[in-house]
Write a protein that binds this ligand. Structure first.
Ligand code: ATP
Ligand code: MG
Length: 412
């Protein structure tokens, strides 16, 4: 066995756009596996075949290709895939196909089995049940296994293509969603917290390319938050393959706010400044919406009233993919993604700095307008945008969890 058969599902629903979605998925798979020993990646009649490279020095003839484990790790993260399988290719002649499968089954044992057939090419002269009966019968004869169509302990899948057949023994779940690059670009405000990396991931999973924007208060505070978001950006890059991280210095702006704005309004004013800056950065890179990790009722700035007041600072859509989730649901997803352990590293978030103990939970539009009268908003925003630093990440990011190697992967 030397291939991987990739199945997509949701993609299949996209009508006239389907060929384009598949093309993008193939391109993403090529990028994700670029440095591995893979011979070809091609789209064949409703599925994608990844053919692994052949040079396998010293490997036993039927041992899995050594590159399979790493390919599996990476394919698991590519969006737009329903499931995938380590597969072999066999001839279309059903006797010869059964013989090829039997050779690969070696001394495997099972309580019960079935063959499950699909015809990618409907011109194949036998129906799927006929293929199942014929191939299943031959395998049963050779192995003596019990056939169980409803609850088999082991399923042998065969798929008939025009020139050959694929066969495989199990299915690995894919990441679902839509291929990165099919959903347009958005800009996510990425703090070092638990929520916003999950929000960015959710948008990536729907096919969006996500520009990452972080506000920090260096040199008033330490660099810790920047190091955290770099690590989060590198991790998220294993999903979207290329990321741009924009680091915006926010401490001076906050000092200006502190001098001019009553404590209870400050959090909302900080957030409105962040959105204005993010909008400019998003537009520079053709981003069509802003994304935050806000959740209704999670903290004082996240009441419906305050979220409205905050979003009114920008004319871009503000998308909040986590808005209805509980903290423990978000944390569980962050664990699964691997961002949780980075997010909980203590840092000094720019918003803890200069944040009052009792922020207003329901600011009114007029109060906000009055407070902002006292600030040179446009100038502040322009200065922050002009001073922003850009770092690009690209997958495969080698050693992305090793701090010493991290900067080797940041493109100039
Ligand atoms: P998170 O876990 O994402 O930090 P949070 O629960 O701490 O969220 P807030 O601090 O109120 O919530 O932030 C709400 C949203 O505002 C964040 O999810 C993020 O999108 C954005 N945000 C907050 N602080 C920053 C920052 N320093 N840089 C970039 N975005 C930020
Ligand atoms: Mg936060």
């Amino acid at each position: 066995m030397n291939s991987i058969v990739v199945h997509y599902k949701e993609l299949a629903l996209k009508g006239k756009n389907r060929p384009w979605f598949v093309q993008v998925l193939v391109r993403n798979l090529r990028a994700a596996l670029a440095d591995l020993n893979v011979r070809t990646i091609r789209s064949v009649m409703g599925r994608i075949e990844i053919e692994l490279g052949a040079d396998r020095p010293n490997a036993a003839p039927r041992a899995p290709n050594p590159v399979w484990e790493e390919v599996r790790n990476r394919v698991q993260r590519v969006f737009g895939i329903a499931n995938f399988s380590y597969a072999g290719r066999g001839p279309l002649d059903l006797r010869a196909l059964a013989a090829t499968i039997l050779a690969d089954l070696e001394d495997r044992h099972t309580e019960s089995f079935r063959v499950s057939a699909r015809r990618a090419d409907k011109r194949f002269p036998f129906t799927s049940p006929q293929i199942e009966r014929e191939v299943g019968g031959l395998i049963q004869e050779a192995k003596g296994w019990r056939c169980d169509l409803d609850h088999p302990a082991f399923t042998i899948h065969v798929e008939m293509l025009p020139d050959e057949a694929f066969y495989f023994f199990g299915k690995e779940p894919g990441a679902g969603g839509l291929p990165t690059g099919t959903g347009g670009r958005v800009a996510c405000l990425l703090s070092g917290g638990i929520d916003s990396p999950v929000a960015a991931y959710r948008m990536m999973r729907r096919g969006c390319s996500v520009l990452l924007i972080h506000f920090h208060s260096y040199p008033i505070l330490s660099r810790a938050s920047q190091d955290k978001v770099r690590e989060i950006a590198a991790l998220l890059t294993t999903y979207q393959l290329r990321s741009r991280l924009v680091l915006v210095s926010f401490g001076e702006l906050q000092q200006k706010v502190v001098l001019a704005v009553p404590p209870r309004l400050r959090v909302v004013i900080y957030r409105r400044l962040m959105l204005r800056i993010a909008e400019k950065l998003a537009r520079r890179w053709h981003g069509r919406a802003l994304v935050t990790g806000e959740v209704i009722g999670q903290v004082a700035s996240q009441t419906l009233e305050n979220m409205t007041a905050i979003a009114e600072a920008t004319s871009l859509q503000v998308l909040r993919p986590l808005v209805g989730m509980d903290k423990d649901e978000i944390s569980a997803e962050a664990e699964r993604l691997g961002t949780f352990r980075i997010s909980i590293i203590p840092d000094q978030d720019c918003c803890q700095l200069f944040t009052p103990r009792h922020p207003a939970t329901r600011v009114r539009r007029e109060e906000v307008a009055d407070a902002e009268q006292a600030l040179p908003i446009a100038e502040m925003v322009d200065a922050a945008v002009a001073a922003a630093a850009v770092e690009d990440f690209r997958f495969p990011v080698l050693h992305y969890l090793d701090p010493a190697a991290r900067h080797a992967n940041v493109e100039p």
